[in-house]
Ligand binder design. Structure first.
Ligand code: PHE
Length: 464
């Protein structure tokens, strides 16, 4: 099959924007962004994050999408197309999604489980101490739910760019947004009086979230806010793992790249912000300010079920809506991870979509089993260089997010900024006659600022 003439494309820029936003909006928006915002002085963090999104985030995202559209290649082959001696970067970029997919599907399985439990009226059961640990240390259920999640992801990718990825994003992303808005509004209306007679309201919790807190702010603590925001943004935009190159390669030549990138960033940031509006007031109302001390799986699968349970009957409904929304976010992200790999196999090894999907799905299943068994049969506790305790899932997460992704992003900045020159990307963006805007900023960012920021991120996650 001749890939050049047969390459699929999104039907229009809305399809592309929703698919890319589907990738960007994922677990990170929901379980990490609100936590960081609460920890890092509310409004301060939001401000730093938005400024970084418009500069650093914009630069990385537009670069990858433009590389995809220019080369019309998947990540594995695109870098080699740009420069023969840089094809190794494509290999590393393609390795990242291969490492991420299995554990992302394991977590997707946890979401499936919680959605099901809430849907079938098990809100109180899920709020019991030890429920989550009991679930993930089981040998059967986590494997079953992972397989259900992976099967859904594989089905979408197997259906292809238009009938699978674009069609599912066009349904799931608007639904996700509606659910997020409904839960956010609800969260702002709640109030609760605890045993000691203290009443807290959702609106007060919202204040904790958005009002900047400069108490005890030092240069040191500002820098740590900056690094937190940068790390979060980097993960949230799904860059440095080939996804945006793959999706960019399906973008038609007449699409306006700049406005599409802006829309993706707005979508991603709005959902991250609203995730905070959903979660922080609710956790604050039922648990006080210290309730926001958890993030990641603990926030989602331990803290929040307890909050939903305390809400009474409506908690079951809100919990069901919430986990449905998380499921949509996780599905569209996992689809993008699988697509980056499948498109790579198709371009490099000239496999059909069906074969490429089958090969990678089976691989992810095999590794996913090992990840699930990391909490029982293969259990061990390993301390990572950044000081956290890790099981198999966390090790894969660390290797991909903290080591390989910064390396891919730094490599991309050097290749584009210094070897090919930024003009390559600017010309690609402007070839349809649209103005890129922020051009000088782009050049300074890609050559100097972004690589330096990324190097700081890399050193920090290596524990330096
Ligand atoms: N960008 C997604 C988020 O913010 C996560 C993600 C990671 C998506 C890796 C795809 C691949 O949660």
């Amino acid at each position: 099959m001749d890939n050049k003439t047969k390459r699929s494309s999104f039907s229009g820029s809305i399809g592309f924007v929703l698919a890319a936003a589907g990738s960007a909006v994922g677990l990170g928006n929901i379980w990490r962004f609100p936590y960081l915002a609460a920890k890092d002085g509310g409004g301060m963090f939001l401000l730093v994050y938005i400024i970084l999104a418009l500069t650093f985030g914009f630069t990385l995202l537009i670069t990858e999408v433009a590389i995809g559209r220019k080369t019309k290649q998947s990540p594995l082959t695109a870098y080699g197309r740009l420069h023969k001696r840089w094809s190794w970067l494509g290999t590393v970029a393609c390795l990242v999604p291969v490492l991420i997919l299995p554990y992302y599907c394991a977590i997707g399985g946890w979401v499936v489980k919680y959605f099901w439990v809430f849907l079938t009226g098990g809100c109180s059961a899920a709020a019991q101490d030890g429920y989550f640990t009991g679930f993930i240390t089981g040998q059967f259920e986590p494997v079953l739910t992972m397989m259900i999640f992976l099967a859904a992801v594989a089905f979408v990718v197997f259906r292809g760019v238009n009938k699978g990825i674009e069609a599912s994003s066009k349904v799931l992303m608007p639904l996700l947004l509606v659910f997020v808005v409904v839960i956010s509004i609800f969260s702002l209306t709640i109030s609760h009086t605890d045993e000691s007679g203290v009443t807290r309201t959702g609106v007060e919790g919202f204040g904790v979230y958005v009002i900047p807190n400069f108490d005890g702010m030092t240069v040191q603590s500002f820098l740590s806010v900056l690094v937190d925001a940068m790390g979060q943004l980097f993960f949230s935009l799904s860059v440095a793992m080939g996804i945006m190159i793959a999706y960019g390669s399906y973008l038609k030549d007449d699409a306006n790249l700049k406005s599409s990138i802006n829309q993706i960033e707005i979508f991603d940031t709005v959902v991250a912000f609203l995730a905070g509006v959903m979660i922080i007031p609710a956790v604050y109302t039922f648990g006080g300010a210290e309730g926001m001390a958890s993030s990641g799986p603990e926030l989602m699968f331990v803290t929040l079920p307890k909050v939903f349970d305390k809400m009474g009957a409506i908690g079951g409904v809100m919990g069901t809506l919430f986990f449905a929304m998380v499921l949509f976010a996780a599905l569209t992200s996992a689809v993008s991870i699988l697509e980056a790999i499948v498109s790579s196999f198709m371009d490099k090894f000239k496999l059909s979509r069906t074969k490429a999907t089958a090969v990678e799905t089976l691989t992810a299943l095999a590794v996913g089993l090992i990840v699930c068994f990391g909490y029982n049969i293969f259990y061990f506790n390993y301390q990572l260089p950044n000081g956290t305790n890790a099981q198999i899932l966390d090790i894969l997460d660390y290797a991909s997010n903290n080591l390989l992704m910064p390396i891919v992003a730094i490599g991309t900045c050097i290749l584009v900024g210094w070897i090919l020159k930024p003009k390559t990307i600017i010309d690609e963006v402007e070839k349809t006659g649209c103005k890129m805007g922020r051009k000088r900023l782009y050049i300074v960012m890609i050559k100097f600022v972004a690589p330096v920021l990324l190097a700081i991120l890399l050193l920090k996650s290596m524990g330096v």
